[in-house]
Design a protein around this ligand. Sequence first.
Ligand code: CTP
Length: 404
Amino acid sequence: MSILSGKNILLGITAGIAAYKTASLVRLFIKAGANVKVVMTPASKDFVTPLTLSTLSKHPVISSFTNEDDDNATWNNHVELGLWADLFLIAPVTANTMSKMASGNSDNILLATYLSAKCPVYFAPAMDLDMYKHESTNNSIEKLESFGNIMIPATSGELASGLVGKGRMAEPEYIIAFLENDIVKGLPLYGKQVLITAGPTHEAIDPVRFIGNQSSGKMGFEIANAAASLGAKVILVSGPTHQSINNNNLITVIPVVSANDMYIASHKYFENSDIAILSAAVADYKPKFIAEQKIKKAASTLNLELEKTKDILASLGEIKQQQILVGFALETNNELENAIAKLKKKNLDLIVLNSLNDDGAGFGGNTNKVTIIDKNENSINYGLKSKAEVAKDLMDEILKQFNA
Ligand code: CTP
């Protein structure tokens, strides 16, 4: 999942030949899960048609203050458009539009929207090399940067004039990557590493059989998404599950099978982590001996000797330094008391309690109902929510601890 997913992106297009690339840009935004609206200067319509852009963005394209197709001539509200946007990208932006932006001229709807926008503004210039080098263009760029607008610089190459030099609009893929990086840098967990364990473990009995449990891994995968959407680099140590991460370069999945594999992987990444959230349903016991060959059926009963697995959470609690350590507790009786005892015993900062007595909580389903308890035994009860929402609530609580 891209960090642009769910974001409202306003794309402003001005009259440069690079405007033809905006069709790809809109497609890439949509592919990333963003909502896109397009505002154009009247002259830019000679380079790319509003029909192409409205079809790709699934929204009407606005290029004048009034809606000309309408008999009653309705007003296009640039203020509303500016407020709707989480991000305003003007690409390509010409020397002419940059100069108008810098001086507060608002003689078209794109410029009026620019003056009303409260969100971050990015601009990707495109022009001929001598125009790009001109001092007045540099002055405009400096002025826009002094307003806090962010430039996505032009690149070098062959220009529409046939000359070769700097002035080509950055490629759409580069623009998307630039925006993603810039947004991530501003997020509260940027530069932090979060270790998460998820899913069940499988403890081998023989080459074809194992002891497992019903954990789906959903909760842990949702926590990984929630942590990444706060800008964190996530190491997701996952037991065997059917879950997958949808194209998110902040999340690295480390697949493991047994409790011992999970122990080794968790210890490998813990030292450099700032936060560790152990949501996996780790087997408490494993077969003492793994049969080398498939066990044949013989006697009417079969005894398996089990031994304890290592408690990953407790072992991390013992070596914990600056890390915020979060555990889960699945309880059936004396829930709060048991969860607090677990939090203290395992040296945790937070524990997430799910009670099997609550409908819709726990393994398998898409929902969960949790209570989050901190070291001072303060607890917050949450209602029944989707696991994605529970993950967001948990990350909010962790952020509070992190900033405390
Ligand atoms: N956990 C772990 N390693 C284990 C067992 C559990 O890291 N070998 C972690 C789980 O990921 C969870 C927490 O410990 O975050 C609580 O696990 P739970 O099974 O509820 O508690 P236990 O400590 O095993 O105690 P009990 O089963 O007796 O309730």
